[in-house]
Design a protein around this ligand. Structure first.
Ligand code: CDP
Length: 788
């Protein structure tokens, strides 16, 4: 009986899929309210321009248009600007000038979405073009036009300077090094591109002031607090409901102007207002990711021992600094850039710049900028191996933090809780048959074929975070879980985090099953409704399992302690004499005298001991003692066509360690998704801008996402190193594969081409770039280059 409980470690089928595959999910656009109006947003066609006039009279006269909203109208209500998640300000509707193409300029509220869209074309805006700034280098130029003229005392485009690690120690390490390897690389701007775009339905009741907003948000509680602060509304009167979400990937964390305008319109008009973005709006104006220009230097001894790491980077933050990084860390957790290596000294410096692009930097399937960090160190290590004439696997193994060195304090201040990097790499090498592949590669080269083997050993850092270091706008990054067991032994679990496809309704029910012995199908998981779930900062950066998953285990344990008291009462013994195993409380030494959790639940409402409160429920807010550190090694085998530059993935082996796996099937799905996204970024995804700041890639014809057709087949492996401080030894996994894999793909292409003299190709590694790199290498080293 006890062994049948499908708790942690079972590949329980996803409970939520039943409604999704039957088309019975409820997304924001499915919510329809009586008397509802529709809103559409007019966006700037220019990247940088002064607004000289806005004439809304023609739009306002179109039958069916109820209101045209401009920045001036918003300003009358003190809502022309709003705070961002990183403490900057952002224009809700532009008043003075536009600062990126796609910026919100005006909004039309109408009886139908089609009328609203048609009316946008009748708004006459006159712009006076200003010179655009489209990258950090231009932004930093002494004569660069200042983008944020709205900010008093600001006379440049520089937003922040941030450092981590010891500069002196690092300088000393470099002074004593035998070899210094350098890499300049660009991690391009990409977009999370969830299939469901952003949107909301705002309903302000003019009589009561009750404000209900259905919103595709990954962080409904934080958004409610921001709304209360922006609009000066009483927080208890604001209810944010995030219904089913069609993918978030970081895109649905920020507060977007559309939410504020729709809510203000509903307040002013006394009717519900719905705003749903179209695909191009989503791609050009909402939460981008990456856009880092990175310089890395590694100091090594001639035997390959790593001595120091020096990194500097420039971040393109767009026109408003809006990303949600923990307040203390301006470039997120990028300083995990020392990766899996025992680096005695490291120094990281970062500068953020305003540019005439949409605000970005979201945690796109990434824990706060760790993707960029992981990419840089893994590319650098691979190049260092070639420079030293060492095998890239050997160089990594020589420098991995050894298993017995944990907890390990990194040179940039993190305490890695656990790891066994050698085990993950050994398994990956074995699965991919590394030694045989190197022999095959040498043979292939003799035949003029370009076979490449790329490795990446990543260390992620997830589960933000302990309250002493982690907050967003002052809000501590702790999350809650509330558990209520009903008399019939069925349960409701309410979470502060929100599923967007990760399967929380299943995995979190499994945690309760593990702790209390109630089957997952008897545990209903609720989330995404600020009135009905405990407070927390939401789902992104793989924080759900490390933080809210831990809260769930802790609340279930609290409930179990009360259940033990009731069981003792039912069995007429002292509490100390009760033993518990998977849903059954029995008398020590007399296992036949037992009560199930269901018996106890019934008794909690019908037959509880005197002096005990009725009911069986609890709430827990979890403050993690540390972050968790998932890791893994990925190995990619590619073949490059020397004539066309086309590269094809022959093998992709991914070994992940996320500690104890709650649901192995869901974990594999997460890894498949992440590997696909990593491949997309390595091979094809980039949001480009021309020199005027026009966004090229405003649709899926130009912004390419990998489909099942081109996505490689993945071969997965796992090691299990439980996180020592997590209640059941789990670490997050949702983002790892996107963080770890791009470097493996690119390293594989470089591995195929290094002997020709190719040293770097920036992502996306298109066939055209590969072909050009081959031609350039041939031109500069006609004898064929060296190394590799
Ligand atoms: O925050 P997010 O849900 O995106 O990431 P996560 O905490 O890494 O979890 C992603 C999914 O994988 C969730 O459904 C988790 O419950 C599941 N998971 C698991 O089954 N075992 C782990 N050790 C980690 C995550």
């Amino acid at each position: 009986m006890a062994t049948d409980i499908r708790g942690i470690g079972h590949s329980v089928k996803r409970k939520e899929d039943d409604r999704f595959i039957r088309g019975k999910g409820t997304y924001v656009d499915d919510v329809v309210l009586p008397n509802m109006l529709h809103m559409a947003i007019l966006r700037s066609p220019m990247a940088h321009a002064k607004i000289t006039s806005i004439d809304t009279s023609r739009a306002g006269a179109l039958p069916g248009v109820v209101a045209v909203v401009t920045g001036d109208l918003m300003a009358q209500h003190n809502l022309a600007w709003m705070p961002t998640m990183s403490g900057d300000t952002q224009a809700v509707l532009a008043t003075d000038k536009v600062r990126f193409q796609g910026q919100e300029v005006a909004a039309v509220v109408a009886e139908s979405p089609y009328i609203a869209k048609d009316a946008l074309e009748l708004i006459d805006v006159e712009y006076e073009p200003l010179p655009p700034v489209v990258n950090p280098e231009q932004a930093a130029a002494p004569d660069a036009p200042v983008i944020r003229t709205d900010k008093e005392g600001v006379d440049s485009n520089h937003i922040y300077h941030w450092e981590s690690g010891s500069k002196d120690d690092t300088d000393r390490a470099f002074a004593g090094a035998d070899v210094v390897v350098q890499l300049d690389t660009f991690y391009p701007r990409s977009h999370p591109a969830p299939l469901e775009t952003c949107g909301c339905l705002a309903d302000v009741n003019p009589a009561t002031g009750q404000t209900t907003i259905w919103m595709t948000s990954q962080a409904p509680h934080a958004i409610r607090t921001v709304f209360a602060l922006v609009a000066g509304l009483p927080e208890e009167n604001i209810r944010i409901i995030s219904p089913d979400i069609g993918g978030g990937f970081g895109n649905k964390v920020p507060v977007y102007p559309g939410y504020v305008v729709a809510t203000a319109a509903s307040l002013l008009l006394g009717r519900p207002v719905k705003w749903i973005e179209d695909r191009s709006e989503n791609l050009i104006s909402t939460g981008f990711a990456r856009d880092f220009y990175m310089h890395g230097e590694m100091a090594l001894a001639s035997d390959g021992t790593m001595k120091g790491l020096r990194v500097s980077l420039k971040a393109d933050e767009g026109a408003f600094h809006a990303d949600a990084q923990p307040s203390k860390f301006k470039v997120g957790l990028f300083h995990i850039v020392t990766g899996s290596y025992d680096l005695p000294a490291a120094h990281v410096s970062a500068d953020g710049y305003y540019t005439n692009k949409a605000p970005g930097g979201v945690a796109f399937r990434c824990s706060f900028r760790v993707t960029e960090a992981s990419y840089l160190i893994e590319r650098l290590v691979q190049n260092a191996a070639y420079e030293l004439g060492m095998d890239p696997a050997d160089l990594r193994k020589k420098n991995f933090i050894p298993k017995d060195a944990f907890p390990y304090k990194s040179a940039t201040g993190f305490e890695y809780d656990s790891g066994d990097y050698h085990a993950a790499m050994d398994l990956a090498l074995e699965k991919v048959s590394y030694a045989e592949l190197r022999t095959e590669q040498a043979k292939a080269r003799e035949e003029g074929r370009l076979l490449g083997i790329g490795l990446a050993s990543f260390t992620e850092i997830v589960g933000a975070g302990p309250h002493k270091d982690y907050d967003i706008l002052g809000l501590k990054m702790n999350d809650g879980a509330e558990l209520r067991i009903h008399p019939t032994g069925k349960a409701i679990l309410k979470l502060s985090v929100q599923t967007q496809g990760q399967g929380h309704e299943t995995t979190f029910a499994q945690i309760v099953a593990e702790e209390l012995g109630i089957q997952p199908e008897d545990v209903k998981v609720m989330h995404g409704d600020t009135d009905n779930t405990p407070y927390g900062l939401g789902t992104y950066a793989s924080r759900s399992t490390p933080v809210s998953g831990a809260a769930t285990a802790m609340v279930a344990r609290k409930v179990r302690e009360k259940a033990r008291k009731i069981a003792a009462h039912l069995l007429e013994v002292n509490e100390e004499d009760i033993e518990y195993e998977k849903g059954t409380f029995s008398v020590r030494g007399a296992p036949d005298k037992a009560r199930t959790i269901q018996d106890v639940a019934f008794a909690a409402y019908t037959n509880f001991p005197d002096g005990t409160e009725a009911g069986l429920e609890g709430v827990h807010y979890y403050d993690p003692p540390n972050l968790t550190f998932p890791f893994g090694t990925y190995a990619v085998v590619v073949e490059v066509d020397p004539d066309t530059g086309e590269w094809k993935v022959d093998r992709m082996v991914a070994v992940d360690d996320c500690g104890v796996r709650i649901n192995p099937m869901i974990v594999e799905g997460q890894i498949h998704g992440g590997l696909t996204e990593g491949y997309g970024i390595a091979a094809m995804e980039q949001i480009t801008f021309d020199e005027d700041g026009n966004c090229i890639g405003s649709n899926f014809m130009e912004y390419l996402l990998p489909t099942a057709w081109e996505t490689p087949r993945f071969e997965l492996g796992e090691t299990v190193t439980p996180s020592p401080h997590h209640p059941f030894g789990a670490k997050g996994v949702g983002e790892s594969a996107t963080v770890g894999s791009p470097a493996a793909y690119v390293n594989a292409v470089i591995d195929a081409l290094w002997h020709l003299g190719v040293r770097n190709i920036d992502m996306p590694v298109t066939s055209a770039k590969v072909w050009e790199a081959i031609q350039a290498a041939k031109a500069s080293a006609p004898s064929g280059g060296s190394g590799g």
